[in-house]
Write a protein that binds this ligand. Structure first.
Ligand SMILES: Cc1c2[nH]c(c1CCC(=O)O)Cc1[nH]c(c(CCC(=O)O)c1C)Cc1[nH]c(c(CCC(=O)O)c1C)Cc1[nH]c(c(C)c1CCC(=O)O)C2
Length: 350
């Protein structure tokens, strides 16, 4: 963990936790906290017409990012954008079909990769960075601002298939049948993602999160090669430019051994846990090494009532006295009642 001396009191509590302190109260934010469960989001989304218009119009992105902060007073705002902005800015066509998720022009081989841009399209990235600085300007001082990107493995799964698939077989197969292509794709994403995160940090993000939502489909050796190693490279490239950059990794579905190795090799300041994580095991292995973020089951938040009370109680108990950031184990679902979110926050804040 980092030397606490100059980064403790007076900082937003989420940053205190990332710096290895145990804050006076547990910081809380929610994956996908700006989204369809909020009527004010649905209203603005209808006005914008389309999800990508929200992402690339700085005034809209700023407004949507701030909606859950105004309503709930979370301890962190997360930039409203998407992990697929990176392949989009590399030249892939991208659309979001209602109810079907993302569609990209597939990049299944080296020829398709060579047809993409070498660097990120500034027209797209600058709009995102303008949103970052606009959010920072409007955010209360005590609220941390998180930037993010997808991890190369997860972004590559969408690029190879051109869409999400149940077990990401197309990308796993490509990594086996054409490792030279797959390595080149991952390298391109490492480079672009590091640049993108440096831009976000310079524009005013206090920390960044790397989402590896599909890490859980990899076997241990593939996890080392396609999840840990690219994240390690991104962390190194970002810290070469922004030495004190705070970085959280979220390798969804990683085992305890995988999480432990990831933290040791990458030097991230925090690790995001999905709802299946063995909390006590994680705390024992990693509690002294980095902040632990998570891990309420999003379904407990839909259920509400005693199921929610018990789940939050057990979670808080397991992480009491640790550098813990309360969060969900994955994104909040659109059908979640707002009253349950309010209840969860009241339970965490006591
Ligand atoms: C895999 C992934 C994606 N995007 C993201 C991930 C990693 C996290 C995870 O595992 O969920 C990350 C993401 N996507 C979005 C954010 C915004 C910040 C936040 O509030 O958390 C973040 C951090 C907005 C979004 N990204 C998307 C929406 C819904 C768009 C809409 O219809 O309004 C939002 C609010 C669309 C999206 N974007 C993606 C998919 C598969 C989908 C379709 C599924 C869905 O609709 O939930 C790719």
């Amino acid at each position: 963990m980092k030397a606490p001396a100059d980064r403790g009191d007076g900082q937003p509590i989420l940053l205190q936790a990332l710096d290895g302190h145990v804050p006076d109260r547990t910081p809380i934010w929610m994956m996908r906290q700006a989204g369809r469960y909020l009527p004010e989001y649905r209203e603005l989304r209808a006005r914008a017409g389309d999800f990508l218009t929200l992402c690339y119009t700085p005034d809209f992105a700023v407004e949507v990012t701030l909606q859950p902060i105004r309503r709930f007073g979370f301890d962190a705002a997360i930039l409203f954008s998407d992990i697929l902005v990176v392949p989009h800015a590399l030249g892939c066509d991208l659309t979001f079909e209602a109810g079907e998720g993302p569609r990209l022009s597939p990049v299944p081989d080296l020829a398709a990769l060579k047809a993409l841009r070498g660097d990120l399209d500034a027209d797209k990235v600058d709009r995102v960075l303008e949103a970052v600085s606009g959010i920072r300007a409007k955010l209360p001082r005590e609220t941390a601002l998180l930037g993010f990107c997808g991890a190369p493995w997860t972004v590559a799964t969408y690029m190879v298939a051109g869409r999400g698939t149940p077990d990401q077989a197309p990308a796993r197969l490509a990594s086996l049948t054409d490792p030279a292509f797959f390595e080149a794709l991952i390298d391109r994403l490492v480079e672009a993602s590091a640049r993108y995160l440096v831009g976000q940090l310079r524009a005013g993000a206090d920390a960044v999160q790397i989402f590896d939502s599909w890490a859980g489909v990899l076997d241990p050796e593939a996890f080392r090669r396609w999840s840990i190693e690219p994240i390690r490279q991104i962390v190194a490239l970002v810290r070469a430019e922004v030495p004190d950059a705070r970085i959280i990794a979220f390798p969804k579905g990683a085992t305890l051994a995988g999480l432990t190795e990831l933290v040791a090799r990458t030097g991230v300041n925090g690790v995001g846990l999905d709802w299946t994580a063995d909390r006590r095991g994680v705390r024992y292995a990693l509690g002294a090494k980095c902040a632990l973020q998570g891990n309420l089951d999003p379904l407990a938040l839909i259920a509400g009532g005693t199921a929610l009370e018990e789940a939050v109680g057990a979670l808080m108990q397991d992480f009491r006295g640790a550098a813990h950031i309360f969060n969900l184990g994955h994104g909040i679902r659109p059908e979640t009642p707002i009253a349950h979110v309010e209840k969860m926050i009241a339970l965490v804040r006591g």
